[in-house]
Design a protein around this ligand. Structure first.
Ligand SMILES: O=C(CO)[C@@H](O)[C@H](O)[C@H](O)[C@H](O)COP(=O)(O)O
Ligand SMILES: [Zn+2]
Length: 195
């Protein structure tokens, strides 16, 4: 297979995954946006987390909340739990890497806040611990997941929302997570500010 054929395969697979996600996930994405809006109008905030590429996705979403998406509007409250290297390294060093998000959530999470989790496998232990703390704090969890949902799917409760991308490829799942994030940003802005 030529290099260009490989590129074409990546594009084709990504397009197909997006088509499959569009066919199955619109209602859940709409519902998740409504939950986030409900939290924001009640002066709550969104906390985001993920590992690796998903840490980047979590930060990308929070930056679009805090700064802007596609229009001028007031800043919206969000915190990415993957950004503070002093906090993350000290928690991992003194306790365990599995605690890096959970411990921050114990300090920052408030009832009614949203925990927005990004994972391709659903099997990252630090995310499952974060979900458990979110439940202790009476927060709502929105999980962007993939594959079979992993252990995280089993840790969610009936008030949570799992948006599971129908793919087994980490790269394809992450690509759709970014698209879903942009959908959420647009829907949040539209519901809060019209237009
Ligand atoms: O981006 C990639 C691979 O495509 C990696 O950085 C990936 O995000 C890391 O392997 C993560 O640790 C995977 O975590 P998760 O998606 O299984 O929760
Ligand atoms: Zn963006």
């Amino acid at each position: 297979m030529s290099l260009q054929d490989r590129i074409i395969n990546h594009f084709s697979d990504s397009i197909q995954t997006k088509q499959d996600a569009m066919a199955s996930l619109c209602e859940l994405i709409e519902f998740a946006s409504q939950k986030i809006v409900e939290a924001l109008v009640n002066d709550k905030k969104v906390l985001t987390c993920g590992n690796g590429g998903s840490a980047g996705d979590a930060q990308h979403f929070s930056s679009e909340m805090l700064n802007r998406f596609e229009r001028e509007r007031p800043a919206l409250p969000a915190i990415a739990l993957s950004t503070d290297t002093s906090t993350i390294t000290s928690i991992a060093n003194d306790y365990h890497f599995d605690e890096i998000f959970a411990k921050q959530l114990r300090a920052l999470g408030q009832p009614g806040d949203i925990l927005l989790v990004y994972t391709s496998s659903g099997n990252s232990a630090n995310l499952i611990k974060a979900v458990n703390v979110a439940h202790d704090k009476e927060m709502i969890v929105i999980a962007l997941s993939g594959k079979d949902g992993g252990a995280l799917a089993g840790a969610l409760n009936e008030a949570d929302i799992e948006i599971r991308v129908p793919s087994n490829s980490t790269a394809r799942i992450q690509e759709v997570h970014l698209l879903i994030s942009h959908c959420l940003c647009d829907l949040i802005d539209h519901q809060l500010f019209g237009g």
